[in-house]
Design a binder for this molecule. Structure first.
Ligand SMILES: [Mg+2]
Length: 449
């Protein structure tokens, strides 16, 4: 008699919020007062190993309860599944989740529901990597190329990338992979820092943090722009004077502009040699990005943290709208969809420089870039992962930055698990921090009913 298969028994959700708005950490032209938050999910099983799958979606405060509710709405697809089957083929769950015919109406494949799917899918990959005894980047890099291709949903993208082309890219990526793994473990993956450039910081803080970034070995920093042009000219001048000509300086407008204003503003900052202009306009507007790119060259155009799925990325690449593609580990439908996006970028020869920061986004996305280096693009040239030095101490396996590089994780899993005491303390509104907070009732007025 075969033993009873181990199954997923519970999908636990948590509304976790950090009061970051009080320090203006994370402030930019569109998001002046974010409270960095996670709609957090834990998959529990009846397996004897006790391994859980952890995942989350990042939000910036109000609406995190809506995001939690969206994850909760997916639980019937997950509970009762066999652990072994779902870990052997996360793609089957991914397809079932994006294919739920009633929930699909809330997208399709975009917004709150799609982000919820990403959180659940990422939690499955966390569990799969733990069971395999490998960090996720390594599980992906050592996986059979044909199996990886089977993890991708090619619907809506095979006009730009066929399964055969994806297989070819992945097979090519295996050449030299052991040497790149060794190099990655030794040197890490290049990072850039946004910590100096939040819009709410004054010039003194900008100066101090920009100098510190260079001293710590970063070769690129990023400044938030887009609220006031005179301020931006002054801040770019200050930053460039501090870092000198040899360090790259990106600027990020967080979707602030229309096409004409984006072009005018970027050209006004051009004397300070910005490396890229990030999110100059709406993340949905493919042709606007193409027009801006043509007009502001040689300043590069970057976007992706709010690009909702592989289909919009496909169009951005087809239209020549991007110089730099910024994946986000928790915006699209999880690892499976990001595999598709990494392969699309490789096909079009566009470097991937992920969005990170927030809560835990650095912890997650480092795995995808490291996989890309070892087994897809095969290079770190002109590639950097964003780094922001907030909130890492709430994670059990936090990122480690050394000499401007992400150190390759070696602990099995997706580095997604938060410390239990942090979950307890920052659960909204009943956790220890919020229960004692005098401003809590005011914040709760913004809660969804
Ligand atoms: Mg950004």
């Amino acid at each position: 008699m075969s033993p009873t298969p181990e199954r997923i028994t519970a999908v636990d959700t948590h509304d976790i919020r950090f009061p970051t708005s009080r320090e203006l950490d994370g402030s930019d032209a569109m998001n002046p007062d974010p409270d960095y938050s996670a709609a957090y999910v834990v998959l529990r099983t009846d397996a004897a190993d006790g391994l859980e799958g952890h995942g989350f979606t990042f939000t910036i405060g109000r609406g995190n309860d809506v995001q939690v509710a969206a994850i909760h709405a997916l639980r019937h697809h997950v509970t009762g599944r066999t652990v072994e089957e779902v870990c052997a083929d996360p793609g089957s769950l991914f397809r079932d989740l994006i294919g739920d015919s009633q929930l699909r109406w809330l997208g399709p494949e975009k917004g709150v529901m799609h982000m919820a799917i990403g959180a659940v899918v990422n939690a499955v990959w966390d569990m799969a990597a733990k069971r395999a005894g490998k960090p996720l980047w390594r599980l992906l890099a050592e996986a059979d190329p044909a199996w990886l291709v089977g993890q991708i949903d090619f619907r809506y993208i095979d006009d730009a990338l066929t399964p055969e082309e994806a297989l070819h890219i992945l097979r090519r990526g295996r050449q030299g992979a052991p040497e790149r793994t060794a190099r990655l473990l030794e040197r890490g993956y290049p990072a850039y820092t946004t910590s100096a450039g939040w819009l709410g910081y004054d010039d003194e803080k900008l100066t101090r943090l920009a100098a510190q970034a260079v001293a710590e070995g970063f070769t690129q920093i990023k400044l938030k722009v887009g609220a006031d042009l005179e301020d931006d000219i002054r801040r770019c001048r200050v930053a460039r004077a501090v870092i000198g000509p040899g360090i790259r300086m990106a600027v990020d407008a967080n979707q602030r502009w229309g096409v004409a204003e984006a072009i005018r503003w970027t050209r006004a900052l051009a004397p300070f040699d910005p490396y890229w202009i990030e999110e100059p306009t709406s993340p949905d507007d493919v042709l606007a990005h193409a027009a801006i790119r043509e007009a502001v060259a040689p300043v590069k155009v970057a976007t992706g943290e709010h690009v909702q799925n592989r289909i919009v990325f496909k169009q951005m690449l087809q239209a020549g709208a991007l110089d730099v593609l910024q994946i986000d580990a928790a915006r699209v439908g999880g690892v499976n969809e990001n595999l598709a996006i990494l392969l699309l970028a490789a096909k079009f020869g566009v470097p991937v420089c992920p969005h990170a920061g927030g809560v835990g986004l650095c912890e997650l996305v480092q795995h995808l870039s490291m996989f890309d280096y070892v087994a897809v693009s095969g290079t770190t040239e002109d590639r950097v992962i964003e780094y922001v030095d907030h909130l890492h101490d709430h994670f059990l396996d936090p990122v480690v930055i050394r000499d401007g590089h992400y150190t390759a994780p070696t602990t099995p899993g997706f580095s997604a698990a938060m410390r239990p005491e942090s979950i307890d303390r920052y659960t909204f509104p009943g956790g220890g921090f919020w229960a004692a907070d005098p401003d809590r009732q005011q914040l709760q007025k913004g809660q969804a009913a």
